[in-house]
Ligand binder design. Structure first.
Ligand code: AMP
Length: 411
């Protein structure tokens, strides 16, 4: 099946060819005809499935040509995603005369005001900054005919739902509304009933579990040795690119500082960084200037950072979905990947929820030659059945030293 058969215009087909896309992905195959037919659509698809083109191409086609606007509004939870989606839409539309603009917080208003004044057909925006522009009178939505709520569950998590509703109220009916979300919690269901009209659901590429091409490993460790174990892992592992995930911004900064002290080329991505710093970090990581990206969940969710060879969870994620999202950065497109999770006794209970969510157990290993301190997690007498993740950390080195062979599985 080719893009031509999906009924896209010659200009958009040229744009797709210039992107090097040979064939539509499954979500594109299913969503494009429905969107071209004017249907409202709920898409459960993760980033990496081609969902931007799945909504972007048909909606750009429906807009057809430059006119008074904006007529298409795309809401994104984070500025990185907004910038990324704007770039993609810009690329698809490069052989049309459609104008695409983006507004997000954390940067000055000047350029955004210029863009809005010149006029756009497509506006990609984060909710807060868009509302600012609306209040200042620099942006009106009365010509909007198509709305995309991207990563709706993340917008909910980040507390943007009231803003989203306020924005939708300004988008006139009749309109076409599309919503993408990895999960549909009750608040999103309510939003769907309120904002959408007889929506069709497309579930493609929904993967509760991460790719089969990823090898998962848990490394139990005492809290006091987490940093040492991370350094040892990075020394031992042959990686091309690695993302280290931390739970907090402060944690991410601390880990980045530690890695720099040990001569790793490190970039950091979290929401306290300025927009310029975040863009520079992403660019540097993509082009290989940085071998390690240290990131928090919020800052990294949904970003198109494909094909890292390793993901290391410095902290166990509290939400099982975040584990899947983190691990989704590796093992893409059939490439092999490895996902390591450092686990202290306090974090062990979250692993159970993750294992339940992904419906598999994650093998536990120890790094050979690493001089482990005692933690109940490493105590074979505690490592059976249900009790294995319930102990607390105690101080002191294990008598006689623990020596583990790499790859040795404890269950
Ligand atoms: P997305 O899920 O929209 O973030 O897309 C993930 C990646 O897949 C992006 O790098 C896209 O450029 C790429 N992509 C999207 N559609 C296709 C396609 N039909 N063929 C090849 N690559 C694609």
């Amino acid at each position: 099946m080719s893009f031509a058969k999906l009924g896209l215009s010659p200009a958009l087909l040229k744009g797709v060819a210039a992107m090097g896309y040979a064939q539509p992905t499954p979500i594109q195959l299913r969503a494009i005809p429905l969107i071209l037919a004017g249907r409202d659509l709920i898409g459960s698809a993760q980033t990496g499935t081609g969902k931007t083109a799945a909504f972007g191409l048909p909606l750009l086609q429906l807009l057809d040509r430059h006119g008074p606007g904006p007529r298409l509004l795309v809401l994104e939870p984070t500025r990185e995603l907004a910038a990324q989606v704007e770039t993609a839409l810009h690329d698809y539309a490069r052989f049309t005369d459609l104008r695409i603009g983006v507004v997000y917080g954390g940067v000055g208003y000047g350029r955004q005001l210029d863009t809005l004044r010149r006029g756009v057909d497509v506006l990609v925006a984060t909710p807060g900054r868009l509302l600012d522009h609306m209040e200042r009178g620099s942006c009106r939505l009365d010509r909007v005919r198509h709305v995309v709520l991207d990563e709706a569950d993340r917008m909910l998590d980040m507390g943007f739902l009231p803003d989203v509703k306020e924005i939708l109220q300004q988008c006139p009916q009749p309109r076409q509304t599309l919503l993408f979300s990895a999960t549909i919690p009750p608040a999103i269901e309510t939003l769907i009933r309120w904002a959408m009209r007889d929506p069709e659901t497309v579930q493609v590429g929904v993967r509760r579990s991460p790719a089969d091409t990823v090898r998962h490993v848990l490394y139990p460790v005492a809290e006091s040795q987490k940093e040492a174990l991370l350094l040892a892992l990075l020394e031992r592992v042959h990686y091309e690119s690695v993302i280290v995930f931390c739970r907090t911004k402060q944690g991410a900064d601390r880990v980045a500082h530690l890695l720099r002290q040990h001569n790793h080329a490190v970039a950091v991505l979290h929401s306290n960084r300025t927009q310029a710093e975040r863009e520079q970090a992403l660019r540097g990581f993509r082009d290989g200037r940085y071998e390690v990206l240290v990131a928090t969940d919020i800052a990294s969710r949904g970003l198109d950072i494909a094909d890292v060879s390793h993901v290391i969870n410095f902290d166990v994620p509290l939400h099982p979905e975040d584990y899947v999202h983190r691990i989704g950065r590796t093992g893409r497109a059939e490439a092999r990947g490895e996902a390591f999770t450092l686990m202290t006794a306090q974090e062990a209970r979250y692993i159970r929820a993750i294992e339940h969510f992904i419906a598999r157990r994650i093998p536990q290993e120890q790094l050979e030659g690493f001089s482990y301190r005692y933690t109940t997690l490493l105590d074979p007498s505690q490592a059976n059945g249900q009790s294995r993740y319930t102990g607390g950390v105690r101080g002191g080195r294990i008598r006689g030293g623990y020596h583990f062979s790499p790859g040795r599985r404890r269950r």
